[in-house]
Ligand binder design. Structure first.
Ligand code: GTR
Length: 416
């Protein structure tokens, strides 16, 4: 079965045209106006926009990410550890497991929370990590994940299990001292706790009990949907933890988790703000603008991420009745940050900018200023207010520079 699937994917990939990186070779396209409804009516007020939101959400669910199951899984929160002298005594570090009580065999969702000691009920960044909670810091009190992890060429993850050497492998993506010193808390968890990131991963994850893909419906939710759902479950927990202010929770994600963060923020308006770092195709980037990764490539490399219906757009993004700028617009009027990297042309940095810019008319309905310019800015020159954008030098990653901008943005848009 798996090898059959792989064969099919290889064939699809071989059929895919070379990725386009030439501005002059982008086929002409038209973007839907976010202020015109499906039936052609013009939206002129925030109220009209809000009555239109469910229609748009439904479209993204049925055509892109799949429908999020409504059934709530019963959960119990188990505090595993509390350390009040973390990060050199500046923070409280807490580890909490969300246990799915109806399904004792289902892996728990293990949250790692850092809270600055200097601030009462600070805002909180909420985002998944890629390599286990132990990967974001070398603090030895952090539990080493025992879950399936992608192997690493450096041997720090062997046979899909973390070794002690894997502590801190992604700490550069999580500058905790900086975040804490600015008065913010961070809640993270390993995204594979909910669904290991491979085509068979659903069998051991949330989808084994909630909306399994067995009936092969065109709008089945898949892994991106599960991860987005998981961000809301983290927020459910945070609402019960008096150490943080869950009303100022900022959904944050990089790359595939940037896609998930946008989908989470669009669906769950409890998130006070959303940050999508280099989220690319299926995230902030416009699909109809054919540059870098395409829907075909996305669905071929990662057949377990998006709903089956999305594959019908593989070679015809022009047929999509909407584009990703409308997903971004679903965040309005809440603050939104879209970030790109120059060395990440695969994610189409310019397409990410143009998409963010397209949300301006929607934010304007609320009297908010979005990107405010059609000129794609040079590197290290953030633009915009409630909707902000930057492109930095360097490769596909989360760098200190990115966090510095996110924190400044949060100071102005969320902290107040
Ligand atoms: C790439 C994928 C991108 C992005 C990235 C990541 O291989 O093509 O869409 O999601 O992975 O998550 O790092």
């Amino acid at each position: 079965m798996l090898s059959g699937l792989l064969c099919h994917q290889v064939t699809l990939y071989a059929q895919a045209p070379e990725p386009n990186y030439d501005e002059t070779k982008i086929p002409p396209y038209t973007l839907p106006d976010p202020l015109v409804t499906q039936s052609g009516k013009r939206i002129t007020t925030a109220r009209q926009w809000e009555s239109q939101r469910p229609v748009l959400l439904k479209q993204f669910a049925t055509q892109v990410y799949g429908v999020t199951p409504e059934r709530r899984l019963a959960a119990r929160y188990e505090v595993k550890s509390v350390d009040s002298s973390a990060l050199g005594g500046t923070a409280i570090r807490k580890q909490i497991s969300i246990i799915w009580t109806e399904y004792p065999n289902l892996p728990s969702l293990d949250i790692l929370l850092f809270v600055p000691k200097s601030v009462k009920k600070p805002p909180v960044f909420v985002g998944f990590n890629y390599m286990g909670n132990h990967s974001i810091s070398t603090e030895p009190g952090i539990a080493l994940s025992t879950r399936w992890l992608p192997n690493r060429p450096d041997g720090k993850v062997i046979n899909n299990r973390a070794t002690e050497a894997a502590r801190g492998v992604q700490q550069s993506r999580w500058p905790l001292e900086l975040i804490i010193s600015k008065g913010y808390s961070v809640a993270t968890a390993y995204y594979g706790d909910l669904e290991p990131d491979h085509p068979e991963g659903w069998k051991t994850g949330i989808r084994s009990v909630l909306g399994p893909p067995t009936a092969q419906k065109s709008d089945d939710w898949q892994a991106i949907g599960v991860w987005a759902w998981g961000m809301s479950r983290m927020l459910d927990y945070l609402e019960t933890d008096g150490l943080v202010d869950a009303r100022r929770a900022i959904a944050l994600g990089h790359s595939r988790q940037g896609k998930a963060a946008l989908w989470a923020g669009a669906q769950d308006t409890r998130f006070a703000a959303v940050i999508a770092n280099e989220s690319g195709e299926g995230g902030a980037a416009l699909s109809k603008r054919v540059f870098g990764e395409t829907i075909l490539r996305l669905n071929t490399s990662f057949p377990h991420w998006f709903c089956p219906q999305y594959q019908t757009y593989n070679n015809r993004p022009e047929a999509l009745p909407f584009d990703q700028h409308q997903l971004l617009a679903l965040i309005a009027p809440r603050p939104l940050y879209v970030a790109s990297a120059q060395g990440d042309q695969w994610a189409d940095p310019k397409g990410e900018f143009m998409s963010a810019r397209q949300t301006d008319p929607v934010y304007k309905l609320y009297g908010k200023k979005g990107i405010g310019t059609n000129d794609w800015p040079p590197v290290h020159t953030p633009v915009g207010e409630t909707v902000r954008y930057h492109i930095r030098a360097g490769e596909h990653d989360v760098k200190r520079y990115d966090w510095e901008q996110f924190l400044d943005f949060a100071d102005r848009q969320v902290k107040k």
